[in-house]
Design a binder for this molecule. Sequence first.
Ligand SMILES: O=C(CO)[C@H](O)[C@H](O)COP(=O)(O)O
Ligand SMILES: [Fe+2]
Length: 246
Amino acid sequence: MVRIHPSILSADFVNLERDLEKIATADGVHVDIMDAHFVPNLTFGLPMVQRIAEVTRLPLDVHLMIDDPDTWAPQYAIDGVESVTFHAEATRDAIALARELRARGTRAAIAVKPGTGIDRVLEHLPEFDMVLIMTVEPGFGGQAFMGEMMPKLEALRGRAEELGIELALQVDGGITAETLPIAAASGANVFVAGSAVYGHASPADRIAELRAAGKGAFDTGMIDLRAIHRGAAGASGDGAAGSLER
Ligand SMILES: O=C(CO)[C@H](O)[C@H](O)COP(=O)(O)O
Ligand SMILES: [Fe+2]
């Protein structure tokens, strides 16, 4: 199933309740928490997430771009929050943190920046409910999609299939009706879109377009699309190499 999670980073923070209503047809709300340390930008914290959870019926997908998630992430496992995503580059102990989040009743997700490899995530895949592959450098909306991250998605989807586990595979950054099918063909099934949704006169129409683009990719057949993408982009396995270290 294709899930569309608009990012409220591109919403009007002063009119957030109104802007949340505009995305009522989505599958979840992507909430970017930035601390001006892990990334060079600042958004908001737990009190805002609590209020967002109160005013929307959609499940929240919290993307923590903060230092020391080992200390702070568990606090975000509140009612209405479906998943808490922390960065591999910021955590001291990804497995202990994932277990703590699951114990608190939320889905545990790990994110990797474009320059970070996925070897350790692959090794411990059953510990996570979702993996977020960043397709831009985290920090800002409106950047261009990095197609060279697709081998990471393919490696993760392949490993999840081998293990027979359900894995949500999320992409964040530069998702549009054109780039979404490329990520879907590589195994992604949860799509974050900020500027594409809120930059459109009708966010609901854009959500429908994104959903149709994703469904089209799955109907066409992922294997065929992967082959087309490889042919077009000459994708190599480079993006999947490396460790979890910065
Ligand atoms: O995590 C993020 C930035 O770090 C945002 O979720 C992302 O940038 C969404 O914006 P856009 O769809 O405009 O690229
Ligand atoms: Fe995000």
